[in-house]
Design a protein around this ligand. Structure first.
Ligand code: F6R
Length: 323
C-alpha cells in the first residue's frame, strides 16, 4: 500500500495519540468576548468544524478567519486559536501577530515552525502535534488537539472524544464507502452538496479531490443552494456528479436529492445516521480521503505532491513580508 494511503488508514492510531498530547504554556481563562479560529487549507478546515460545534453552544460570537488580516471587531478579550500544521503559513502568522498586538488571547496548534517558536517565546498555550504528515492527512490530530486545547481554555465543545474516534478503527468500512465515492466520481467533476451543519465535510471532500486527485471540484451548501445553484443544474450537461451528504432526518436534503434524481443527473447519496458530529466528520473525512488518494493512484497521479501550493506560497513570501 502507498505510504500516503496508509496514513489515512492509520487515522485511529493518529487520533488515539492526539488525545494524549500535552497542553503547553500559560493557559487563558474565560470569559472571552468571542472566539476566532484561524488557519488555511488542511489546517483551516478545523475552523469550519469548530464553528459548527460552537454556534449551538457558545453565547459569544464565533468566526473563522482564512485570511492574512483580522476583522476589525476581533479585539482585546477575544480568544484566538491559530491552526497551522507546518507552523509557517504566512496568512496565519500575520493574523497571529496582529492578534497579539491587539491584546487578543492567542493559542496555537502546529507541528513546529515559526508558530511554535512564537508561542514558546510569548508563553502562549499550545499543543504540538507530530510532524511528518501532510497537513490534510494530519486532520484527526489537528481537529482533536484543537478541541482539547479549547477545553483546557474553558470551552468544552464535545463529550467523549475517545468514543468519537472509535469509528476510525474499522478501516474496511471506510474503504468500502470510498469505493462507492470513487465509482461516482471517476471521469467526472465532483460537486459535493451538504447542509450548513455538514458543509465542512463537503468542503473537506472538495479539498481532498483538489489536492490528492488534482481535480477541480465544488462544494455547495443547503439551503443557499436552493436559491441559485439549483438553477445552474438546469443547463449544465458536462460530465459532473453530485455527491450529497444527507442526514437521515433532513427533509430539505431529501428534497434536493430527489430533485436532482428527477432531473436525470448522476447523483450519489450518502446517509449520515449518527448524532455524534465529531465522529461523523472523522468518519466521512476518512472515506473521502481514502477515495481521493486511491483514485489518484489509479490514475498514476502522486497524491501527496502539491506543487501549485508551493508555487503560490513562494509568491506570497515575496509580497507578504514578515518582520
Ligand atoms: C493540505 C495542504 C494545504 C495546507 C495549507 C496551509 O495538505 O497542504 O492545504 O494545509 O497550505 O498550510 P499549513 O496547514 O501548514 O498551515
Amino acid at each position: 500500500m502507498s505510504e500516503f494511503l496508509s496514513e489515512y488508514f492509520n487515522w485511529f492510531n493518529q487520533a488515539a495519540k492526539a488525545l494524549e498530547y500535552e497542553v503547553h504554556g500559560r493557559l487563558w481563562e474565560p470569559p472571552y468576548k468571542g472566539l476566532a479560529i484561524v488557519g488555511m487549507g488542511g489546517s483551516g478546515i478545523v475552523g469550519d468544524v469548530v464553528y459548527v460545534l460552537a454556534i449551538d453552544l457558545l453565547d459569544a460570537p464565533v468566526t473563522v478567519v482564512k485570511d492574512y488580516k483580522l476583522p476589525k471587531w476581533v479585539e482585546e478579550g477575544w480568544l484566538m486559536i491559530a491552526v497551522s500544521y507546518s507552523g509557517n503559513t504566512l496568512e496565519t502568522l500575520h493574523v497571529v501577530k496582529e492578534g497579539i498586538s491587539k491584546g487578543v488571547k492567542v493559542a496555537a496548534i502546529a507541528s513546529g515552525g515559526k508558530l511554535i517558536d512564537l508561542t514558546v517565546k510569548e508563553d502562549l498555550p499550545y499543543i504540538q502535534v507530530d510532524s511528518g504528515y501532510a497537513p490534510r492527512s494530519a486532520f484527526p490530530a489537528l481537529l482533536l488537539s484543537t478541541l482539547r486545547l479549547l477545553k483546557a481554555l474553558g470551552i468544552k465543545l464535545h463529550d467523549d472524544l475517545r468514543k468519537s474516534i472509535d469509528v476510525l478503527r474499522r478501516g474496511e468500512d471506510a474503504e468500502a464507502l470510498a469505493e462507492e465515492v470513487i465509482r461516482a466520481v471517476v471521469g467526472r467533476i465532483p460537486f459535493f452538496i451538504a447542509s450548513t451543519k455538514y458543509y465542512p465535510l463537503a468542503v473537506r471532500a472538495k479539498n481532498e479531490f483538489n489536492e490528492n486527485t488534482k481535480l477541480p471540484a465544488k462544494a455547495e451548501v443547503v439551503p443557499e443552494w436552493g436559491h441559485n445553484d439549483i438553477v445552474g443544474w438546469e443547463g449544465w450537461r458536462e460530465p459532473i456528479a453530485a455527491l450529497v451528504f444527507r442526514e437521515v432526518d433532513n427533509e430539505i436534503m431529501k428534497f434536493i436529492a430527489e430533485h436532482l434524481k428527477d432531473s436525470g443527473f448522476p447523483i450519489k447519496e450518502f446517509e449520515i445516521e449518527d448524532s455524534d458530529y465529531v465522529k461523523n466528520i472523522l468518519k466521512w473525512s476518512q472515506v473521502v480521503g481514502i477515495a481521493s488518494v486511491k483514485l489518484a493512484l489509479e490514475l498514476g497521479i502522486d497524491p501527496r505532491e502539491t506543487k501549485s501550493i508551493s508555487k503560490y506560497k513562494a509568491f506570497l513570501k515575496s509580497v507578504l513580508k514578515l518582520d
